[in-house]
Ligand binder design. Structure first.
Ligand code: NAP
Length: 254
């Protein structure tokens, strides 16, 4: 880390090594934020995000942490606090699709893995962040952005009820949390991306799926990670000061 921007706001972005999370880290850095991001296992990708955040002018800390593991989550926030000494925003971005599976073949381990990462991880990250940011606990307030999905309302791809339901949970979580945390000086909103061109689609068809579904989106194409990131950065910052409990679609009309 360089020593510049010591007084800049700090965001924790989960799953920041690739895709939408990386784009969020870079978009926030361009707006003057310092970034602590987590990744699961891809060290090369994490190094690339760190380089891009630094190039955008931000200080950066990459932390390997499995968002499905509560001890890892505690370690992530301890590392961020130690490095930066403050927290101003949390982006609950890390998520997985899980392999497509019919409900006729519902499986405990499969469901648990998806919900632990997509839902429980966000609950526990929020708990850690809210304790640090709460004005009732001596903090100075902040913002939380939850990564939902348009799948929460249209049901997603075939045989992915597990994923759609996990994102539906993120919608309900965001609305409830917004009311609970407003008295703590913390604004909560959610973003619901549509079909965005990232590696997450390797789980169910990859680029072939993007090429096939993209033209059916009303706007005529898949979106980019940067197009989602700009909205997330807006929700993290002061320009969205009267937005609370909002579910923002970034889905090209799908
Ligand atoms: P992605 O390209 O697959 O990137 C996933 C990121 O999450 C990576 O940084 C990965 O780390 C990290 N990650 C995965 N599992 C993790 C875990 N258990 N603990 C910590 N980090 C973990 O995905 P994406 O497309 O950017 O998606 C980001 C979010 O947007 C997800 O919540 C997803 O559901 C949501 N979303 C995406 C789309 C879309 O079309 N792409 C649409 C709607 C919503 P490693 O690099 O170490 O593997």
């Amino acid at each position: 880390m360089n020593d510049e921007n010591k007084d800049a706001p700090v965001a924790v972005v989960t799953g920041g090594s690739r895709g939408i999370g990386r784009a969020i880290a870079v978009a926030l850095a361009k707006q003057g934020w310092n970034i602590c991001f987590s990744y699961m296992s891809n060290e090369n990708a994490a190094a690339e995000t760190s380089a891009q955040v630094k190039a955008a002018g931000g200080r950066v800390l990459a932390v390997q942490a499995d968002i499905a593991n509560r001890a890892d989550i505690k370690r992530l926030f301890e590392a961020s606090t130690q490095a930066f000494g403050r927290l101003d925003a949390l982006v609950n971005n890390a998520g997985v699709v899980g392999e497509p599976r019919s409900i006729l073949d519902a499986d405990d381990a499969h469901l648990t893995a998806v919900f632990r990462t997509n839902v429980l991880g966000s609950f526990f990250c929020t708990s850690e962040a809210a304790r640090l940011m709460s004005t009732q606990k001596g903090g100075h307030g902040g913002t939380i952005v939850n990564m939902s999905s348009a799948a929460a309302r249209h049901g997603g791809m075939p045989n992915e009820a597990h994923y759609a339901a996990s994102k539906g949970a993120m919608d309900s979580f965001s609305v409830a949390l917004a009311k609970e945390l407003a008295p703590h000086g913390i604004r909560v909103n959610a973003v619901r991306p549509g079909l965005i061109n990232t590696e997450i689609h390797e789980a169910h068809g990859g680029q072939e799926l993007i090429n096939r579904i993209g033209p059916t989106v009303p706007i005529g194409r898949a979106g980019t990670a940067a197009e989602v990131a700009e909205v997330v950065a807006f929700l993290c910052g002061p320009l969205s000061s009267y937005m609370l409990g909002t579910l923002v679609d970034v889905s090209g009309g799908r």
